[in-house]
Write a protein of this length. Structure first.
Length: 155
């Protein structure tokens, strides 16, 4: 998918790509997975997509970000994602932040903050020193999706 924006930090671009990540979150929801989705963008193109697959794969590491990191590295033919931006509907956990550190991703944009398991609540900054990150893009919509999922589970 290609969408031409003037710059990667453009708020319209961030919202556009976060909506793509939300589409992935809805795929997770349809599969009764925690509805978190992600996309990785390089040069204004979505090169990877992912959503939670922890239940389907019976794998606690099968988070949306991990799926997208692997797909992006395969697409690019290398493990470093310095020229890429990850869009993810929920603030990454420490495990995913660690993987993002090792990938040297250039930028992370997330939707909802995760007050229980988000990396910023546990570690001050586990990301690569050159990684930029922005939180709160479409945060209400992203957060409500997860809250509603767990509310229905508790009924």
């Amino acid at each position: 998918m290609f969408f031409n924006f003037t710059g990667e930090s453009d708020i319209a671009a961030d919202e556009f790509y976060m909506k793509q990540a939300l589409k992935e979150a809805y795929l997770a929801l349809e599969a009764d997975e925690v509805p978190i989705g992600s996309v990785i963008v390089c040069k204004n193109r979505v090169i990877a997509r992912g959503h939670n697959l922890t239940e389907r794969l019976n794998d606690v590491t099968a988070h949306a970000e991990m799926q997208a990191i692997t797909a992006a590295a395969n697409h690019l033919g290398g493990k470093y994602l310095a020229d890429c931006t990850l869009y993810v509907t929920m603030e990454p956990c420490v495990m995913c932040a660690g993987a993002l550190y090792w990938s040297q991703i250039g930028r992370i944009v997330f939707g909802a903050y995760d007050p229980k398991r988000g990396f910023s609540r546990i570690l001050p900054n586990p990301l690569h020193p050159k990684t930029e990150f922005v939180g709160g893009i479409l945060g209400n919509e992203c957060g409500l999706l997860v809250k509603e999922f767990f509310r229905k589970k508790r009924q």
